[in-house]
Design a protein around this ligand. Structure first.
Ligand code: GDP
Length: 464
């Protein structure tokens, strides 16, 4: 059981980098918020919602200037009395202040402030999930999807669907109250089936038109592909700024799919270093075939393929064949080892390769760190274009797996209800309608069991 009647506190600002002094926030919420505040904060006594200036006695002789922001029930984030202490301090001092406050309160669990907001009716469950999403967001697209959830659009749509289910259900049940002999009906079988069908259709539209929240939460990925020895691993190491793959001039040194996280200007992405692809994979031994398969799978799931071709060679038959075989939508063509091409021949080689592969080519040299920033910018802008296409469409709702499961189950129940309604089996139709109604409740704030709450709130960090 959640204890929501005591007073909790936690640091709610980001952790302070060692050696730095930063603005920190400690949040206190619960019925004794102002009692606790009175014990640790000296200054103007807070009497109304607002900001108060004073000091905190953190430890013997250590007094810190602080501002206190106060919010009274029910107009606070949690819905309970809430105070935030804002002060500048080093990490150790922030901990001292927290320890002092903990003499009078308890440390909040992960997401407990938001849990209280939810339990106090300040937000619905999908909005609480969105807060977790915003905290987790590492790129602007995740943020966008989380904000779409926070706007509560899913809840509104589901709320409307539930009301319509209830309308149809009450018409069917009202008819059932009369005995068979009377044959009184408030809705015909056909009309009931039609109404149920249209609710089901609306729910199905949510499933098909929604933005999959996980697609936003997972980092987008870019797979490096090319023939063995094309210079993929060296280039990845140059991009990531550290040794990630084993580099050797023996072909096939990257046996597995290795990955790392690449920091770009507007987002981060996972990069896969795939084994060099060979044109005649069938002839290879079983181990090589498996390696090739793993590489191809990684390439197929990546949002973007970075196809590397060695600029220093003359024969591109294998490269062209392999690129042709890849079923990929988005490719950036990269010329590697540009340092091995003479200065005077570079431009000609670039346009020759461009024509041959029918794409613009970005020239790089991992050895000389040439073209690395240009490549990063190109990867970033391509991924951003793709991801924004996902989130741009207006009116789309962001849903996560839990939402999808619930909507899918209730669509099934509505299907069964419509089948029963059409054959005149009112009792079973009513039962399936009730199921759908109750299933959808999981998306609103009523009837949510603790296991679900645990799952949602365990994703939070302490202090939120
Ligand atoms: P992969 O098999 O495609 O991953 O290729 P590697 O990164 O292992 O590189 C294959 C060979 O090319 C190694 O001997 C590297 O030292 C060499 N190489 C890679 N990038 C460059 C570069 O930018 N310039 C030069 N001169 N050699 C490179």
């Amino acid at each position: 059981m959640y204890n929501v009647n005591d007073t909790i506190c936690a640091i709610s600002s980001a952790s302070v980098t060692p050696g730095c002094v930063c603005r920190s926030i400690i949040r206190i919420s619960g019925p004794d918020t102002f009692g606790v505040l009175g014990k640790v904060f000296t200054g103007e006594q807070p009497t109304r919602q607002g900001v108060f200036t004073g000091t905190i006695d953190a430890a013997d002789g250590l007094v810190i200037d602080a501002d206190v922001y106060t919010f009274f029930t029910p107009s606070s984030y949690t819905g309970d009395d809430l105070a935030e202490l804002h002060f500048f301090a080093a990490g150790d001092v922030v901990q001292l202040v927290l320890t002092k406050i903990l003499e009078h309160t308890r440390l909040a669990g992960a997401g407990e402030f938001t849990l209280r907001a939810y339990l106090n009716g300040k937000m619905d469950l999908s909005q609480a999930e969105a807060v977790a999403g915003i905290i987790e967001s590492s790129n602007m697209f995740q943020l966008d999807a989380a904000e779409k959830l926070l706007a509560g659009r899913l809840c509104k749509t589901i709320g409307a669907a539930r009301e319509e289910i209830l309308d149809t259900l009450s018409l069917i049940e009202a008819g059932m109250d009369f005995s068979d002999e009377e044959d009184v009906r408030f809705i015909s079988h056909e009309k009931a089936a039609e109404d149920i069908g249209s609710i089901r259709e609306r729910l199905e539209n949510i499933l098909s038109g929604a933005i999959h929240y996980e697609a936003m939460i997972d980092l987008p990925s870019a797979a490096f592909a090319g023939v063995p020895n094309a210079g993929k691993s060296s280039l990845i190491n140059a991009l990531l700024g550290h040794e990630r793959s084993i580099i050797s001039d023996r072909t096939g040194t990257t046996r597995d799919v290795l990955s790392g996280v690449l920091e770009l200007n507007d987002c981060r992405c996972t990069v896969f270093d795939c084994a060099g692809l060979t044109a005649n994979a069938d002839a290879a031994d079983i181990l090589d075939q498996l390696v090739q398969q793993a590489a191809t799978e990684a390439i197929n799931i990546a949002e973007l393929v970075l196809f590397c071709v060695d600029m220093s060679k003359d024969d591109y038959t294998d490269d062209l064949e392999i690129l042709g075989d890849l079923k990929v939508r988005q490719v950036i063509l990269i010329g590697t080892k540009s340092d091995l091409v003479g200065e005077s021949e570079l431009a000609e080689k670039q346009s020759q390769l461009g024509e041959m592969f029918n794409a613009e080519i970005i020239m790089t040299s991992a050895a000389r760190q040439i073209g690395i920033d240009e490549l990063k910018a190109a990867i970033g802008s391509r991924l951003i274009k793709q991801l924004s296409a996902l989130t741009e469409a207006d009116g789309r709702i962001a849903v996560n797996q839990r939402h999808r499961d619930i909507v899918t189950n209730s669509v099934k129940s509505l299907n069964d209800a419509a089948d029963q309604a059409v054959t005149g089996n009112e009792e079973l139709a009513a039962m399936f309608l009730r199921n759908a109604y109750e299933e959808l409740a999981g998306l609103e704030k009523e009837d949510v069991d603790e296991a679900i709450l645990d799952r949602v709130f365990s994703r939070f960090c302490i202090g939120k």
